[in-house]
Design a protein around this ligand. Structure first.
Ligand code: SAH
Length: 400
């Protein structure tokens, strides 16, 4: 049994429904009383307004999201063994997944969707990169480092807890080596027969957009003989898969010089650095307009922008941005061309995204057929009772 001294968070009457439906977030507005003095990240017992046990979770007064649920079994104890079992389960769940056979990089822990709220662990070859997003994870970070060392035996563990979300938890950014060897400036990794260098120290996220793995492969199947425009290319993922699959040419567009330097390095690494690749640094929204004015055309266009909406409140502004970039991209497609377009704004959602693309085609004066619907890779699982875990949506469209 857990320590009776564990602080208790009591919910307002009628506010236990969300927890009962297994949603892992408890907002401050649902809390009626806090008994004891839980510090940031401390484990608390969550009780309903009627005094029934609901869950164990970790607490943070600083966050709107005051409790994140860890376990619903009243007899559970959230001790070192508990964290070890949860980590091990997430790791074991990836072992042997068919989607991960052709790569040495993947997400090992996908936060709430793996029952480990606020924790991301990505594997790149022999190295692990961890991201702690909450006070609850921050509190057990040294323990998690030890357990990951034991369970995965990596050459080294690196931390990239420098995402914006930490501010809402009252945490400042943290990054650097955690244990073992410091990773080299670029780690050599591979995915789907394409080699990539991954910069875990200064690359985006933990170094690579692992969630797009299956989609890069899906899009590459349309690439043979086509001219490709890879908008928001980062280190060249989609464009390089397309070239490896026989695309005639690829233009990679990104606003980050560092991302394009990686893309160039990756092209060379794969022996694809021929005159058929162009790397263009700039704002994709402006560049597509200049391409349209210059009457340029492409046979396959990928639109994979960064997250435009962080919250529901930003969804309609984000939808306008998706509509705008896709509308102009459609005008750049040659007849019968293929548009592969993505949104990683969970707040926009798959249904709304399809609607936005429909409006883009209407305003572009193009006929559009959706021929494939895409989502995130199997190492970024979705818990349907936690809809926020479904954030990436994509469409492959034929545009005429
Ligand atoms: N397709 C990539 C991931 C893209 S992430 C892959 O498969 O790996 C989004 C990218 O958009 C980032 O590299 C970021 O630098 C870039 N970006 C953000 N705003 C931009 C803008 N306005 N114009 C061009 N690129 C932009």
């Amino acid at each position: 049994m857990s320590d009776p001294a564990t602080p208790t968070v009591r919910l307002k009457k009628g506010r236990e429904k969300s927890v009962a439906r297994r949603h892992p977030w408890i907002f401050s507005g649902a809390v009626s009383r806090i008994e004891g003095e839980p510090g940031p990240g401390d484990v608390v017992r969550v009780m309903s307004g009627d005094g029934a046990f609901l869950a164990w979770g970790y607490f943070n007064r600083e966050s709107q999201l005051q409790v994140r649920v860890l376990d619903r079994d009243p007899s559970s104890v959230i001790d070192d063994g508990w964290w070890r079992r949860r980590l091990d389960l997430a790791i074991q769940r990836r072992a042997g997944l068919p989607g991960l056979e052709a790569t040495n990089m993947c997400r090992l822990v996908h936060a709430e969707a793996d029952g480990l709220p606020g924790l991301i662990v990505d594997r790149y070859g022999d190295f692990l990169v961890v991201q702690s997003l909450t006070a609850g994870i921050e509190r057990v970070k040294p323990l998690l480092g030890e357990l990951l060392g034991e369970l995965c035996k990596p050459r080294g563990i690196y931390e990239r807890s420098d995402s914006d979300g930490r501010r809402m938890e009252g945490l400042s950014p943290a990054a650097g080596p955690v244990a073992g060897e410091t990773p080299p400036k670029t780690i050599k990794a591979h995915e789907g027969g394409v080699k990539f260098v991954v910069d875990v120290e200064s690359g985006h996220k933990t170094g690579f957009y692992l969630d797009q793995r299956d989609n890069r492969r899906a899009v590459a199947r349309y690439a043979t003989g086509r001219s490709v425009l890879d908008l928001f290319s980062y280190s060249g993922g989609f464009g390089l898969y397309a070239l490896a699959a026989g695309a005639r040419s690829a233009t990679m567009v990104d606003s980050s010089a560092g991302a394009l330097a990686l893309a160039r390095q990756n092209a060379e690494l794969n022996g694809l650095a021929t005159g058929d690749i162009e790397f263009v640094e700039g704002n994709a929204f402006d560049l597509v307009r200049s391409y349209r004015d210059a009457a340029k055309h492409y046979d396959l266009i990928i639109v994979d922008p960064p997250r435009f909406a962080q919250t529901r409140a930003q969804a309609s502004k984000a939808e306008r941005a998706y509509k705008d970039i896709n509308l102009v991209a459609m005008k750049l497609l040659s007849p019968g061309g293929i548009l592969a377009t993505f949104s990683c704004s969970g707040a926009v959602g798959a249904e709304n995204f399809s609607r936005v693309i429909a409006w883009s085609s209407l305003d572009a004066g193009r006929d559009l057929q959706i021929i494939e619907r895409l989502s995130q890779g199997c190492d970024h699982p979705v818990n349907p009772l936690f809809p926020e875990s479904q954030y990436l949506t994509g469409l492959i469209c034929r545009v005429s």
